[in-house]
Design a protein. Structure first.
Ligand code: SF4
Length: 171
């Protein structure tokens, strides 16, 4: 992907995550319908993030005022803490995106780590050539979703129950 295409397509980590979770959620979020702050589920996740790792030395990097990345000082790993394992694939792609983004900024050879404190589990995430291709395809598809004039149709799934937009879609 050329630099100019990347500059035109780059998004925050949340968008990458939502793209994997639900295209409608991505559309609603990117069209300023941000209900996440009032969601109990999200607050729980934020609380867990604060309490589980507050004692560990880490640096929070805000890059381009767009992506916020936690780097553990002991290992140099890019760490993402998740409350639930249910949307693991989305969390994995989010971390891969951070690694991809940082590589484009000249910071390469970083390794990512997904942490699920409730399950006491960690998973290493590596940026491979295949993953880079996946991210570039995802960025192009995210733009397609954002450019839609109206949100994709709601489709019921297990995640809807815990989604901040649940009432909006199904109420
Ligand atoms: S409630 Fe379900 S359909 Fe609606 S945005 Fe959330 S995940 Fe998507």
């Amino acid at each position: 992907m050329t630099e100019s295409e990347f500059e035109a397509l780059k998004v925050g980590g949340t968008e990458v995550n939502y793209f994997m979770v639900c295209r409608r959620k991505l559309w609603l979020y990117t069209h300023r319908l941000d209900l996440e702050r009032s969601s109990e589920q999200v607050s729980l996740g934020a609380l867990l993030h604060e309490t589980a790792y507050c004692r560990l030395p880490k640096r929070e990097l805000l890059v381009d005022s767009l992506i916020k990345v936690d780097i553990m000082e002991s290992s140099g790993k890019v760490v993402e803490v998740k409350y639930s394992q249910k949307m693991e694939e989305a969390a994995r792609l989010q971390v891969i995106y951070y690694l991809y983004y940082l590589k484009r900024k000249g910071v390469s050879e970083l390794v990512g780590e997904l942490r699920f404190p409730r399950q006491r589990r960690r998973e290493e995430v590596v940026l491979t050539e295949e993953n880079e291709g996946k991210i570039e395809t995802t960025l192009r598809k995210i733009k397609e979703v954002k450019d839609l004039l109206s949100p994709p149709k709601a489709e019921w799934g297990a995640i809807c129950r815990r989604c901040a937009y649940s009432e909006f879609c199904w109420g």
